[in-house]
Design a protein around this ligand. Sequence first.
Ligand code: FAD
Length: 616
Amino acid sequence: APSVVFNVKRQVSQLRPSYDFIIAGGGTTGLTVADRLTQAFPKKTVLVVEYGEVEYAPGIFDPPLAVWGGIGASASYFIVQSQPIPDVKNASAFVLAGKVVGGSSAINGQFFDRPSRYDLDSWSSCSGRGRPGQSQWGWDDVYPFFKKSVNFTAPLAAVAQKYNFTWDSSVYGPGPIYSSFPPFLWADHHGVRDAWAEMGIPPRRECAGGDKDALCWIPISQDPVTARRSHAGIGHYTAVNASRPNYDLLVKHQVVRVVYPKGPQRGPPLVEIRSLADSTLRNLTAKAEVVIAAGAFHTPAILQRSGFGKKSILKDAGIDVVVDLPGVGSNFQDHSGSGVSWNYSKPGDWYPLPSAMADPAFLADAVAGFNEIPARGPYTLANSNSAIFVPLRNITTTSQTIIERIRSMIADGSAASYLPADYRSDASMVAGYNEQLSKIADLLSNPHAPSIESTFATGTSLRAVNLHPLSRGTVRLNLTDKLQVPVVQYGTGSNPVDFDIYAAHVKYLQRVTKTTALKQFGAAEVTPGPAVQTDAQLIEYIKSSMVLSFMHPCCTAAMLPRDKGGVVDADLRVHGAAGLRVADMSVLPYLPSSHLSSVAYAVGEKAADILVKTWR
Ligand SMILES: Cc1cc2nc3c(=O)[nH]c(=O)nc-3n(C[C@H](O)[C@H](O)[C@H](O)COP(=O)(O)OP(=O)(O)OC[C@H]3O[C@@H](n4cnc5c(N)ncnc54)[C@H](O)[C@@H]3O)c2cc1C
């Protein structure tokens, strides 16, 4: 927990008359940028404006066993309930987003993997590679920033031996965010790992070095000694702020919009903020640049309130157009997927499993262990430490058919009909979507680029994460109150090929219960179960059982050329606007084969590097 919080500002009267840089959003990416800028430029001033407070950020599995427990009770997240999703029986996705210093890194599941090299190379190939003078985003260009952002502490030898953890310290660096393995795993952990190995998924010593088509050990973002969450609010603010007189953080204020009094070519813009205490509006002045880092839901909302977006949509919201940029708030994506579950008729002699927490003596020891230095026991766990990442061709014999379906919808022009309605006749959005689908088809054809992720910590179920969904949704201002959480429309399943992929993934996971590793315990499938026989039945099952959000919203201000529906260029500058950049998970063109926090830190490091090179 951040014990001493220096210099937090709560009122505009405590601010300087102007700043060199203003960052909208003190989350994972925004604080990374602020930390690196204040470090590089001791004489330049940086202000971060954050909606939330500096709050204690418990780990996902800290006592008293509240895994995102008490949702609604906490002030530290925005709750997003999506609009009904037509292609999944009008279900609604439930998503959280950080509303606290540290942003989503302060509330996430702490699973700390990295994308595959092919994700980055794929983005780079459509984000302006080769344009003279612009930044490059291929794996080799960004890998140094993944390394720089995180430090890794190897587990004690006895722990490593007990669980067979493997790693390669050389893929990590000196960064202020901790990555480590917990000193405890539940006792059934190896059952499913053995099953995965039996399915032919090769174990890899380290999956964070760019190659992750494997059975992986995944570390968590956690202090290795105290087992407390490591997040941007600590690593990039509390740990450095006392020695940085040029680093200001204003909390409990909302960035409403940016304002260009002399037009978007004459930047940087003013930043209009609102006090959450009394709703007073104020304009702040940045002398160098403004960086929007409010996350994939709120960044497009700030841009739309500022007049950046599709003309017709802004008009409906009563907002004057500053730059006609249809990509703002479109191209919305999240990871989703269904899965399998089973029962054991001859369960192994496994102890302890989570059920042991019901035993008061075990529980008391778990709490005591968590408070020891170094911490020990079950409360040192986060979401999971094991996962598989498998390429499509190893999942299904139908991979070629799936890829051809994607390529032919691009060729015959039908892909556009799967975009959200407002964009189907917009040439730039259609061109951008076709290009994304083509790149995703390449990824799905790549024998080393994963299509599915599945993780395991304990229990009798597995989820499949569709790493590269084809469907797209939208994030729009709430017209009842434009300052509130925006209206989120998931597009889940709107591109029908996604269902072919979901189905292939579930069929693949069904193989788990057929392995000798699980058969020896009498594993018998419960869901989808014997009643589900045909593909049509399987898709019905998937529609009713899907996890609609793995809490990875992204891509709503994509780094793509303007004629491809992009919002920012490869230097993260908003198209058509001076002195304004975006740096957060909005800028991804499409989802990578990983969870997003490592990506957010790396994007923050790279964004800071770009800014430092610009202003040095
Ligand atoms: C519940 C949950 C679980 C997750 N689990 C994992 C996981 O296990 N592993 C993993 O790698 N990733 C996980 N993620 C994803 C990952 O944490 C996020 O994708 C990443 O942290 C997002 O970083 P960001 O910088 O884009 O935005 P954020 O970190 O969300 O930062 C945005 C910040 O902007 C602030 N803000 C918003 N609007 C305004 C405004 N108008 N004015 C001022 N401030 C504003 C917010 O309060 C917030 O602090 C999870 C996410 C969530 C929500």
